[in-house]
Design a protein around this ligand. Structure first.
Ligand code: NAP
Ligand code: MG
Length: 503
């Protein structure tokens, strides 16, 4: 592993420094406002553990104000605007994000620790694509006429927005997750209150400004920074919110589903994953191994789709392990603002403790740590860096195989037969994604059908597209982001009966 220097903030542009030192406010009804209670939260650069900015911690009174603004916009400006005009605003917002890609990536990199060049190429691109894709849906939300079995009755349906949406997102893809939620919600005619994670609130504040610049009427998109227990909880409890769209942990997702049931809110949950990445010996094993390394080490494994359990057909096992270890050695640990960096820090010291806990428990049970297994050394010891880590010899019941780690830690296992593989791959309680590498078409499709996951990639991994639904099975949640299914959850159907009998 190659180590990059750590002087990240010195590389930040003046625009970023000015933004960080400005007074950050909530966006409610098109106005920048401080939290009514005046409380703030700090957000940190996880590489250097220095405070970057203070943002408001929105309380119940702020949530109430945001819901009032969003409700008024729902029945006012946003409802009255033509679908074509709404579409144009979403397209303009996409253009503005594209214009500001460099700056947004810099702020997001400082806030999250992710490499800036990866944010620009992946997160910002996906955010823009979501807005452009759903801009097209604004004008295509047609109802239908239904041939009811009575004469002289016209029955038709209208596709109407469900109402005010609260979007609650995590820290690992802040801007991108926000746009996965707001793009379909706004296209459906809903109004939105966005709550970013407390560790990464900054890109949401930029998004709010750009939305106003794009011409979004006041109150259509409101941004409430704050912590989950305060701001998030108040949104989930508020009777004026019709739907919660959530991406985050299984624990919080289940809590939200319980609370939301009291007011019968619609809920969609994109939760965790423990994704089996499977390599059969008959395929392109070398490409598979290189991709498998990328699938776990990208963004230091803090990705819900991370391929953190690699299952390799026995005869290809040694070759794959060697190649993954070789790929790990090429990663460049460093600050996200360095152009060479490919492995940034974990989001926080707590996250690092969680990740290293999995590895330490593995050592205690005789699992081999083939490479890594320590926090960053030298200058990196002061940030939340963790070495890319490969483990072998873990059983299916070991935590590193059954639990989501959310760090750069890969457990590599062997399998002998197809039937054994499918049974073992499905032992996880999650069902988000899986990857399969084989040159045998029949085997590929049979495995894709048998594996319980919302997404299966064959001879590729981590492909995402605004047009393609994304969401899990089992404990990975329900509801989809992206694609046609992604907008359905923001719509409700009204049936209209018209009696056209004459006389
Ligand atoms: P988290 O703790 O569940 O937080 C997610 C969001 O929920 C944050 O904004 C958090 O606020 C908020 N929250 C916490 N408690 C709340 C409450 N009582 N009411 C309402 N909101 C509340 O998850 P995380 O640790 O940030 O993110 C990692 C998890 O997200 C992983 O499990 C990962 O797999 C999952 N994830 C899934 C996908 C997917 O597409 N399936 C994508 C990315 C991540 P604060 O952070 O501000 O407290
Ligand atoms: Mg931060």
């Amino acid at each position: 592993m190659i180590e990059q220097p750590l002087n990240g903030t010195q590389l930040a542009s003046k625009k970023t420094i000015d933004f960080l030192s400005s007074t950050h406010k909530l966006l409610i009804d098109g106005n920048d406002v401080l939290s009514a209670a005046g409380e703030t939260l700090r957000t940190y650069d996880p590489a250097l553990k220095i405070a970057l900015a203070e943002v408001p911690n929105a309380k119940a009174a702020d949530v109430d104000a945001a819901v009032t603004a969003a409700t008024s916009a729902l029945h006012g400006s946003w409802q009255k605007m033509s679908p074509m005009d709404r579409s144009q605003i979403l397209l303009r917002l996409a253009d503005l994000i594209e214009r500001d890609t460099t700056w947004i990536s810099e702020v997001e990199s400082l806030d999250s620790g992710k490499p800036k060049h990866q944010i620009a190429a992946v997160d910002v691109r996906l955010a823009i694509n979501a807005l452009r894709y759903y801009a097209g849906w604004c004008t295509k939300l047609a109802g239908e006429t239904i041939p009811a079995s009575s004469p002289e009755l016209l029955v038709y349906t209208r596709r109407e927005p469900v109402g005010v949406v609260a979007a609650i997102v995590p820290w690992n893809f802040p801007l991108c997750q926000a746009c996965f939620k707001i793009a379909p919600a706004l296209a459906a005619g809903c109004t939105v209150i966005l709550k970013p994670a407390e560790q990464t609130p900054l890109s949401a504040l930029i998004l709010g400004r750009l939305a106003l610049e794009a011409g979004l009427p006041p109150g259509v998109l409101n941004i409430l920074t704050g912590d989950g227990a305060t701001t998030g909880q108040a949104l989930v409890e508020h009777p004026g919110v019709a739907k919660i769209t959530f991406t985050g942990s299984e624990r919080v997702g289940k809590h939200i589903a319980r609370i939301a049931s009291a007011t019968l809110k619609r809920v969609s949950l994109e939760l965790g994953g423990k994704n089996p990445h499977i390599i059969f010996a008959d395929g392109d094993v070398d490409t598979a191994a290189v991709t498998a390394a990328g699938a776990i080490f990208f963004y230091a494994g803090q990705v819900c789709s991370a391929g953190s359990r690699l299952m390799v057909e026995a005869k290809a096992f040694d070759r794959v392990v060697n190649q993954v270890v070789s790929e790990a050695s090429k990663l460049k640990m460093g600050h996200g603002l360095h152009t060479e960096t490919t492995l940034g820090p974990l989001i926080s010291e707590d996250q690092l403790k969680r990740v290293s806990g999995f590895v330490e428990r593995s050592r205690d049970t005789g699992i081999e740590v083939v490479t890594g297994g320590r926090r960053g050394q030298g200058t990196f010891a002061s940030g939340s860096f963790y070495e890319p880590t490969v483990l072998t010899g873990a059983k299916d019941t070991d935590g590193v195989v059954s639990d989501e780690i959310f760090g750069p830690v890969l457990a590599i296992q062997t399998f002998e037969s197809f039937d054994e593989l499918v049974k073992r791959a499905n032992t996880t309680s999650y069902g988000l994604a899986a990857g399969i590498w084989t040159s045998d078409v029949a085997k590929a499709h049979a495995a894709a059908a048998a594996i319980q996951a919302g997404t299966v990639w064959i001879n590729t991994y981590n492909q995402f597209d605004a047009a393609v639904g994304w969401g899990g099975f089992k404990q990975s949640g329900y509801g989809k982001d992206n694609g046609r299914e992604g907008i359905e959850q923001y719509l409700q159907t009204k049936t209209v009966w018209v009696n056209y009998a004459r006389g």
